[in-house]
Design a protein around this ligand. Sequence first.
Ligand SMILES: Nc1ncnc2c1ncn2[C@@H]1O[C@H](COP(=O)(O)OP(=O)(O)O)[C@@H](O)[C@H]1O
Ligand SMILES: N[C@@H](CCC(=O)OP(=O)(O)O)C(=O)O
Length: 380
Amino acid sequence: MDSVSAADALSKSNRLVIKIGSTLVTNNGQGIDLDAVAHWSSQIATLRQMGKSVLLVSSGAIAEGMARLGWDKRPKEMHELQAAAAVGQVGLAQAYETAFAAHGLRTAQILLTHEDLADRLRYLNARSTLFSLLRLGVIPIVNENDTVSTDEIKVGDNDTLGALITNLVEADALIILTDQSGLYDADPRKNPDAKLVRYAKAGDPALEQMAGGAGSHLGKGGMLTKVLAAKRAARSGAHTVIASGQEKGVLLRLCHGESIGSVLLASQPVWSARKQWMADHLRLRGRVTLDAGAIRAIMIDGKSLLPIGVKAIDGVFEPGDLVSCVDTDGHEHARGLINYSAYDARQIIGKPSHQIPQILGEMTPSELIHRDNLVVLTPF
Ligand SMILES: Nc1ncnc2c1ncn2[C@@H]1O[C@H](COP(=O)(O)OP(=O)(O)O)[C@@H](O)[C@H]1O
Ligand SMILES: N[C@@H](CCC(=O)OP(=O)(O)O)C(=O)O
């Protein structure tokens, strides 16, 4: 991997999303590490003076809530997690507001759920609010809205949320600060001989094999969600760095081109904003299994998906819902907005398009998924 381009990845970035993990921000669950928050804030204030825009995605509401409530074990019940998040989020917001105020900067609290990003209008509203805040010189501090999040509507972890925000504001880079020096070729907590991966291509499937789960009961996603976040961030052209938040001056040094942590370079073609929203923000409602001819038609020939090439339909969905297009081995090749409900789709698969009106009536589209509503997932 070319280390020069990796160094450039950060020094040439103007809009940055910085994600800070729970273990790090709460000093391993002891309570918000105010010195660390002050240190990051002072670096971010300098980055702002250098003309860079910064958005923070900070975890720690639940961990801080647990500390404030005197709970030493992460609760299992959703309502207790939600209560802890409500208590802890106040502490997080206070800590950042105070730390940035010392540099004459204001902060804004943005709490989001997956549902907010899946709804096109709310997604566009979130985007324009974030841009307004950046124009006003305010530092947006984003977290999942854990107090109202249920399994159905949550993003689930803040590495993913960080990537979604990166896509949303078309940031140049995503910096994930964690409690390790970066991505190792095995979990360093379990394997003392593990080696740091200094440079790699975001989206390389080999990285997913190296990454394990969270290292402590405080963290949510572990390394796998960070590696997947890098893959997602790369879809809007953003490079990702995974580095230790305890490293002195880490943010400034990275932005001066120093090689710290793991740099996962974006090297794939960039998706349009609409394609990113479709494939990443909408919730998958079903699955269509394609024969080899249909896979070729959508992947190589750039065609729409016709019912004749579909072998099976799974899931319950309505027209306009997002479905995954898989081959007969179950590998996903594309995602798209389907024109038919699952019930109707089952009646027309395997049939030539001219028979659709006889089966489902006139004025029905001949494609199951129109080309314009199809996102082909480029193989690595
Ligand atoms: N290949 C790996 N390289 C580095 N850390 C790993 C790896 N696999 C698993 N981990 C674990 O991931 C943890 C960081 O993830 P997590 O606990 O979710 O932190 P955060 O709160 O910063 O998101 C590390 O402490 C480490 O134990
Ligand atoms: N939204 C949750 C954090 C979830 C999460 O992804 O945590 P982490 O793995 O520490 O980034 C909270 O504020 O407690």
